[in-house]
Design a protein around this ligand. Structure first.
Ligand code: C2E
Ligand code: CA
Ligand code: CA
Ligand code: CA
Length: 275
């Protein structure tokens, strides 16, 4: 391979250029999309396990792209994270979710995902305060979801930040629990209201017993520390049976609903002034 000099590069360069160009194009597209209102929120219900009533909706961002169609977050959140665009996007998500929730019955909460860059940004606290104040929603109706991998980076900052957020009265949930690095230390160090058990632990639950001990232990741990639990990725009644027996508080997944625009959920339609 040695000695071919530029030949090697000229072989690889076009591909790398293409990838870089595609990323730049996506980034520019996202900027336009943000300013032109191409992003929208879909909502997935969180169900109280014993009563099966909806208690909250998680806001999941979608990009209604003029030519690519509906783009899912896994395709643009990572790039948005790298470019920093996830901060204005995420701030929009917080504001929009509070705006929509203001139209909902008061017993319903909204859950919003926070990205690492947002947690590092200085404006987060004021964005959250403004979103709550301007829409006149009770702070404890807003739940912020943070994945555990985020916390590894900078303990001191995030510990203080989470305390500040909770000081505002909003709730904080640990998302995708069990998928990152060692997690038990976080539970001690960070003030979470809730643990969301990642959907990989729900696979086969109720059919084979492989993941049951983990789910059981996480629920017990959360309870011992005064936190609630939500199981993600619930797709069948076998899983629900186990979750009920084990005392999991909430379930979320395709068994109940995929994420959809708020208008698709009758209980979220604007109630209007009471006669
Ligand atoms: P997440 O926060 O873990 O969200 C749950 C994802 O699992 C959603 O995918 C949801 O549609 C999907 N899901 C829900 N129930 C089931 C189920 O029963 N089975 C299966 N197989 N999947 C289920 P989605 O909407 O594509 O979101 C993917 C990820 O994108 C989210 O994972 C979250 O990390 C990120 N994301 C979404 N919206 C935002 C946002 O506004 N801000 C940030 N920073 N990240 C976001
Ligand atoms: Ca989430
Ligand atoms: Ca999750
Ligand atoms: Ca996830």
């Amino acid at each position: 391979a040695k000695g071919r000099g530029r030949g090697v590069f000229s072989h690889f360069e076009p591909g790398m250029d293409e990838a870089a160009a595609a990323r730049r194009e996506l980034e520019m597209d996202m900027r336009v999309g943000l300013s032109e209102g191409q992003f929208e929120l879909h909502y997935q219900p969180l169900i109280d396990v014993p009563t099966r009533r909806t208690v909250a909706y998680e806001a999941l961002v979608r990009w209604r792209h003029p030519t690519r169609g509906m783009v899912m977050p896994d395709l643009f959140i990572p790039l948005a994270e790298e470019t920093g665009l996830v901060v204005p996007l995420g701030d929009w998500v917080i504001r929009r979710a509070c705006e929509e929730m203001a139209q909902w019955p008061e017993y319903l909460r909204v859950a919003v995902n926070l990205s690492p860059a947002q947690l590092r940004s200085t404006g987060l606290i004021s964005t959250v305060m403004q979103a709550i104040a301007e829409n006149g929603v009770a702070p404890d109706r807003l739940e912020l979801e943070i994945t555990e991998n985020v916390l590894l980076k900078d303990n001191a900052v995030h510990g203080a930040l989470l305390h500040k957020l909770r000081g505002l009265g909003v709730r904080v949930a640990l998302d995708d629990f069990g998928t990152g690095y060692s997690s038990l230390n976080y539970l001690r160090a960070f003030p979470f209201d809730k643990i969301k058990i990642d959907r990989c632990f729900l696979k086969g639950l109720g059919e084979s017993d492989e993941t049951l001990p983990i789910v059981r232990a996480v629920i017990a741990l959360a309870r011992a520390m005064g936190m609630t639990t939500t199981a993600e990725g619930v797709e069948n009644e076998h899983q629900m049976r186990v979750l009920l027996a084990e005392g999991c508080d909430q379930a979320q997944g395709y068994l109940f609903s995929r994420a959809r625009p708020a208008a698709n959920f009758p209980e979220l339609r604007r109630a209007g002034p009471q006669a």
